[in-house]
Design a protein around this ligand. Structure first.
Ligand code: TMP
Ligand code: ASP
Length: 237
């Protein structure tokens, strides 16, 4: 019987607890929401439940497709047992359609399809505002090795292939998303963190209505309803 012990970490949207098994931790999802590196704060009622359940469901599907993840077992609506990993300090962003910071940076109207998939890396550091870095920075700063980065890029593109097709079937365009990867105690790179409306841009494929955290970031209203709608489409409830 694995039991929860002390809190290891509290982030902006989740808490992490140690367990009696040194290779496993429990993640607990909060309803707290932040944007713009914590400048904007709020609550999205029920978000923790949606993100936990949706992320677990998708990680299970990805495991079935041969992509290793940190997922072990859903414990409750908000809590999940995951493998203990050392997080590679990179936000890996995958883009299919221009939006957000890419639209701003390159002057591309939001909604412009990218002629090929775009991968970006940001160094995870709140004090620096998660600056974008390239493979040379990553090697020079030793955020991970070249082999690990190759594995991460290959996995990110595979995740995109699966998720894009999966969401298409529920009439959702997967515009872009952010992934994080971790290293287990034996050095294996696994998909970690979450896949949820907090970390993806989801647009209804017919109406182009936003069904993700941009509704919170941009004060559009209907935030909770958008999360609920995505839960309904993915989990059928
Ligand atoms: P961006 O357009 O703001 O760079 O965001 C790209 C994607 O990454 C989008 O789906 C939202 C997600 N994202 C996060 O999950 N966390 C973050 O801190 C940021 C800035 C973006
Ligand atoms: N991670 C961002 C923050 O620090 C939130 C976001 O825009 O997704 O608040």
């Amino acid at each position: 019987m694995i039991e929860r012990t002390q809190q290891l970490y509290e982030g902006k949207a989740k808490k992490v607890f140690a367990t009696t098994d040194p290779d496993l931790v429990i993640v607990s999802y909060k309803d707290d929401a932040t944007a713009f590196n914590g400048e904007k704060k709020g609550t999205i009622v029920g978000k923790g439940v949606v993100n936990n359940r949706m992320s677990n469901y998708l990680m299970e599907k990805l495991e079935q497709k041969g992509i290793p993840t940190h997922y072990v077992q859903e414990l409750s609506d908000r809590e999940t047992l995951v493998k203990r990993v050392t997080i590679v300090p990179l936000e890996v962003i995958v883009r299919n359609i221009a939006a957000g910071s890419l639209s701003k940076r390159l002057g591309l109207p939001e909604g412009t399809p990218m002629s090929r998939t775009v991968l970006e890396y940001c160094y995870k550091d709140d004090a620096l505002g998660d600056p974008m870095v390239n493979a040379y920075h990553i090697m020079a700063m030793q955020y991970c090795t070249q082999d690990e980065l190759n594995t991460i890029a290959t996995m990110a593109l595979k995740v995109n292939q699966f998720l894009k097709n999966y969401f298409k079937k529920i009439n959702v365009d997967l515009v872009d998303f952010k992934l994080e990867f971790g290293k287990t105690s034996d050095g294996t790179i696994v998909l970690a963190d979450e896949i949820s409306p907090d970390t993806c841009r989801f647009w209804d494929a017919t109406t182009h209505e936003k069904l993700d955290k941009d509704r919170f970031r941009r004060d559009m209203g209907g935030v909770e309803d958008a999360y609920k709608e995505m839960m309904k489409r993915v989990l059928g409830e």
